[in-house]
Design a protein around this ligand. Structure first.
Ligand code: LLP
Length: 387
């Protein structure tokens, strides 16, 4: 599905801003939901961290997905969009008392806990409220995902989850409490994963662990959550606008051994929202250096930090002129940092002051990670429905 950009409408909006193709978003959500529905007990939660734009969240809510949240603010954003508390899971290594209390009061489905002190804090707050809090243990599966080192999470050296050696102690602790109910196991190995082998490796670890817990403790928990991580094709957003959800869910169905009645949860972020979003920016100047040509745009690393932070590739389209002869450029922002670069030595149609560029595949971890460095205002997000 090719994103069509309403260039006329763009002329009336101050750049830079995010643009979301809602037709593509709806189609992506629907394909993901339909593919998951082919298997009994598969549930998709949207990882709110990828993008919490209120309009986009409402479209996600209408798809019937639950939400995976990593802060009290995200829990509130999910609730405000109308996602029922009964479909919200709350993960993260550093949940504060205030965030836990608000989530208990809202009646969320489950806390994914990552340490004994956190379990103790949830126990105390649930006791004050005479409530039973449902918890899942986030297990660190020590699986290396083949992705950027800043976005792997499932290695023993990462801060996330509970290592195998400590698992018994944590289960004993939870079982000894009066206000905690252990309902599941949670895993997440990283993000932007395109090799199904990484997910197969995770399935192997989950199978081993489930067999071990069953044998040793007679434990079968009703919920297994395998996190998110499915990657997208940054190089070809129009050709691969919808990720291969069929293959992703089939991989889990084939390789994960669930006990009868066990429910399987997914927390997908990037794969659901990345391709529908672009950062729209205007060329301020074209500058000819001694050995380089720079396209200086009005968006900076504060609007889209992924290239500066992860050396991430984003395709750039010149919406004003696609048919001019090609030149080689570095596309850079106005921020006072040498890392404020969107791409280096990229072939683009000859670019002029005033041209409008679309930095593609920016719907996930784009607007959500924007910040205000250099006193810049945060970019707004517009849905195609509203233009
Ligand atoms: N579940 C957990 C526990 C997570 O930590 C994450 C992402 C997800 C689900 C969703 O993963 P996804 O399906 O989006 O891959 N800012 C980075 C990505 C950070 C991912 C953090 N955790 C980027 O721009 O590439």
């Amino acid at each position: 599905m090719k994103t069509l950009f309403p260039l006329k409408a763009f002329n009336n909006i101050e750049t830079p801003f995010y643009f979301y193709d809602t037709e593509l978003l709806r189609e992506t959500l629907s394909v993901a939901q339909n593919e998951a529905a082919k298997y009994d007990g598969f549930h998709v939660h949207y990882a709110v961290k990828a993008n919490f734009n209120p309009g986009l969240l409402q479209i996600v809510q209408r798809s019937g997905m639950g939400a995976d949240c990593v802060s009290g603010g995200e829990v509130q954003a999910a609730l405000a969009a109308g996602i029922p508390a009964s479909k919200i899971v709350f993960a993260g290594v550093g949940k504060t008392d205030k965030e836990i209390a608000a989530s208990l009061d809202a009646g969320i489905f489950c806390f994914n806990i990552e340490s004994v002190p956190e379990a103790a804090a949830i126990e105390a707050l649930a006791a004050e409220r005479s409530m039973i809090a449902s918890v899942a243990i986030r297990v660190n599966p020590n699986v290396a995902a083949h992705t950027h080192s800043n976005i792997t999470t499932g290695l023993a050296e990462n801060k996330f989850g509970i290592n195998y050696e400590q698992l018994d102690e944590v289960i004993d602790f939870i079982e000894a409490q009066n206000h905690l109910s252990l309902i599941g196991l949670h895993f997440h190995i990283g993000s932007q994963i395109l090799a199904m082998d990484d997910f197969i490796a995770l399935c192997g670890r989950v199978n081993e662990l489930q067999a071990m817990l069953n044998e040793k403790r007679g434990l079968i928990l009703p919920h297994i959550n395998v996190g998110g991580g499915l990657g997208i094709r940054y190089d070809a957003p129009d050709e691969y606008s919808i990720p291969d959800f069929a293959r992703y869910f089939a991989t889990y169905s084939k390789h994960l051994k669930l006990f009868p009645g066990q429910q399987l949860h997914f927390e997908l972020g990037r794969s659901l929202v990345a391709q529908c979003g672009s950062l729209i920016t205007r060329v301020i100047y074209v500058k000819h250096g001694t050995c380089k040509r720079f396209v200086i745009v009005d968006a900076g690393m504060n609007d889209l930090v992924r290239p500066a932070l992860y050396e991430a590739y984003h395709r750039i389209d010149n919406l004003t002129a696609e048919d001019r002869p090609d030149e080689i450029y570095d596309v850079v922002g106005p921020i006072c940092e040498s890392s404020d670069v969107f791409c280096k030595d990229r072939k683009l149609p000859q670019t002029e002051r005033g041209d409008i560029l679309a930095i593609r595949s920016a719907g996930a971890y784009g607007e959500a990670m924007a910040f205000g460095y250099n006193c810049r205002t945060l970019p707004k997000g517009y849905l195609s429905d509203d233009l």
